[in-house]
Design a protein around this ligand. Structure first.
Ligand code: PNS
Length: 158
């Protein structure tokens, strides 16, 4: 049996924490689809092409990972791709409540199960939102995002 999973996100922008989860998931399954939502509920800093482009660049070394785009319901994307399993990273208890709701809703409306992979401790505080805030306020984010992302953030904020 071939195991394919979907790792969804806004990836606005992709961080080292995302990358860590994607690499670790890819080491456990046959095929990973990193699914970037085209229109996230929050206004993104990076447009869709930038988010997908950066995600592709920083995951290029993961041979069993594919970057794809989706819009609308995640369970519809999963159904269209014939995938029955979502894998998400879980950083802290504060993530849990919302993630639990989404997992249960996705199971209910689409019959898609969700597995959680705990983040590596070194990344448990990291989020795209905080990276953007630190960068906006002139802080150094080079330890938190791939170099290409740090450069793009700096360009954008110039
Ligand atoms: O990186 P994020 O912003 O935490 O990702 C959130 C995402 C894109 C995974 C979530 O908002 C999502 O699945 N959106 C798709 C719309 C949908 O299916 N909504 C119902 C979820 S129960």
């Amino acid at each position: 049996m071939t195991v394919t999973v979907v790792c969804p996100g806004s990836f606005d922008p992709v961080t080292n924490g995302h990358l860590d989860i994607l690499e670790r998931v890819a080491a456990c399954v046959d095929h990973v689809i990193a699914a970037c939502i085209a229109n996230p509920s929050k206004q993104p800093m990076f447009d869709f092409d930038e988010r997908v482009g950066l995600l592709r660049q920083v995951t290029g070394h993961v041979s069993n990972l594919e970057v794809a785009a989706f819009d609308g319901l995640l369970v519809d994307f999963c159904r269209d791709r014939g995938v029955e399993l979502i894998v998400k990273g879980l950083r802290a208890v504060s993530d849990f409540e919302y993630e639990l709701q989404m997992a249960q809703m996705n199971a209910r409306i689409g019959g898609v199960e969700t597995l959680f992979l705990t983040s590596s401790p070194v990344y448990s505080f990291l989020s795209s939102s905080l990276v953007k805030e630190v960068a906006r306020l002139g802080g150094d984010v080079s330890n938190f995002v791939p170099t290409v992302v740090a450069r793009r953030l700096a360009d954008k904020l110039q």
